[in-house]
Design a protein around this ligand. Sequence first.
Ligand SMILES: Cc1ncc(COP(=O)(O)O)c(C=O)c1O
Length: 463
Amino acid sequence: MSSWTGTEIIEDIEARYLERTGKSREFHERAEQYLPGGETRESISYKPYTTFMDHGQGCRVWDVDGNEYVDFLGNFTSLVHGHCDADVMEAVRAQTEKGCILGSTSALQAEHAKILCDRTPSVDMVRYGNSGTEATQWAIRAARAVTGKDMLLKFEGCYHGTHDDAKVSVVPDLDPGELPEPQLEGLGIPKSTLQDVVVAPFNDLDAAEKVLKMHEGKIAAVLAEPFLASLGVIAPKPGYLKGLRDLADKYDTLLIFDEVQSFRMSTGGYQKHENVMPDLTALGKLIGGGYPVGAFGGRRELMDRFDYDPTRPDSINHSGTFNGNEITMVAGIASMNKFDEEAVRHINSLGERLREGCNAAIRSQGLKMQVIGVGSLSNIIYTDQEVSNAHAFAMAYIGAMELQKWLHLELMNRGLYTAKRGEFIISTPMSEQEIDRCVDEFTGTLEFMRPYISAAAPHLLVD
Ligand SMILES: Cc1ncc(COP(=O)(O)O)c(C=O)c1O
């Protein structure tokens, strides 16, 4: 164990980061002149400045200084087959020569849609957008249109993108009463959003029922990620999703699953894995083969409303310049065709291996932490207690002070590109070799940082 103090350790982490990433710093300073903060996506921005990546191949990326990383970010799950997958590239190359978007309906859309519908048990028909944000926004709009009700019940910690309804209570109420207070996530979101969006803690059916009862007859949809992907990768308790299905039926409201991330849990999403069918599903990320995409779908009689006819007042007008564009469609078809049962088993078992290895490292360092997750997604948690909702995750995260920030930077120094929030995302080109390397570097990082942890967050040391 190092004899350094906590301060010396974080100074060393930062010094090595600065030394390795001189060109990134130059790029950042240039970018700052034209982009506030030098970036355009908060989720991948961190201090002292973000590493600028230059290129990727398979499960590896290289930054502008030539440093190599194993890519455990995978663009937050959209790159399920890693970078420059040969089949995806060939499909895109061939399509590029025919035109990237022809401004007409294309047979490729029906081909892509058939794959989604064949795979996803509750989905008979889909429509496309260009992001997961659009997918959830339109699924909500569909639910409101069909039910004639305006209210939405969502869950603390569930991330559904950046539209107004989605930006409620992603970060949980840190001091909840019997039920959490819905809160607006940042500036610029109309306060009136809170008239229609109500929240409950994840994994708590009693709380969900209380909220549904309180607003009985007014709620268009219950919107949930099947697991909290963006906030701790927290699994649903056994029976929780089925319980939500039953509650939605009991209170005559629609159930929407946001499977933008959880779709990778099986060939047909978490709904197929758990055998719980929502009324509507939002999709994104992997279904675009690495290109911008969103889709929403559900039962035929709900989706039929999108067969727009101005003379039919119950039909819904949905449009978007790049919806179902040819490049995304061919990339998505190529990507999903090779995302078969074997691919799912492969990444999910690597996820298990990663969690086992990292938890053994945590135990060997005598720390009250854990790495939890679902299938191919895992997250560091700063407590050894059970974490089943966003509140528990956030309290542990806050209690660990700046540990996650420095741990993330040290993993970068050691050639692991992970999400700054402590998430590890596995892609199909990875093998046990990359997982074992990750576990080794994670172990080395904890060992190196232990004196810092004992100074900054002594409650994380086993007594
Ligand atoms: C579960 C979930 N829903 C929706 C979104 C929004 O997708 P996008 O960033 O493509 O708008 C995300 C993005 O991370 C997500 O994880």
